[in-house]
Design a protein around this ligand. Structure first.
Ligand SMILES: [Zn+2]
Length: 134
């Protein structure tokens, strides 16, 4: 008889990603020129038709982590989620005031569709950035 169950792939992935984020440098450490960052997120179904939640908030670069990721809104999603780290790094490198884009969740729709059906939820984002030193 087994007393311990193996963690689900979903839970395991979330824990690994949370750890990766925790271990990363803060935004202020990685991008000292970044003074402020405001993030607007809109979640959409895979066909882009129905909008889920919308979030807008201002990030504190001293506390936010440079592994800049957001959970997928599909509660069954396995190994998905959205990572905007690269989009943010590119925007800062080019000293852009805003950066917008759309990312598609690369996770699996649910634990019963692993290796067959992707999640494909959409996240549309807008980053508004301000820099130090003019
Ligand atoms: Zn997903």
């Amino acid at each position: 008889m087994m007393y311990r169950r193996k963690l689900s792939a979903r839970v395991e992935h979330r824990q690994q990603e949370a750890e990766r984020s925790r271990a990363s440098a803060s935004l202020a450490e990685k991008f000292p020129q970044l003074k402020s960052l405001t993030v607007e997120l809109s979640y959409f179904s895979p066909d882009g038709g129905s909008r889920g939640s919308q979030i807008k908030y201002t990030v504190n670069p001293a506390h936010a982590k440079s592994v800049f990721r957001f959970d997928c809104q599909n509660h069954e999603c396995v190994r998905g989620d959205f990572d905007l780290s690269m989009a943010l790094a590119q925007a800062v490198a080019a000293r852009r005031g805003t950066a917008t884009g759309e990312v598609c969740c690369q996770g699996w729709l649910s634990k019963t569709t692993i290796d067959s059906v992707h999640c494909r939820n959409l996240l549309r984002y807008k980053l508004s950035l301000e820099y130090t030193g003019g």
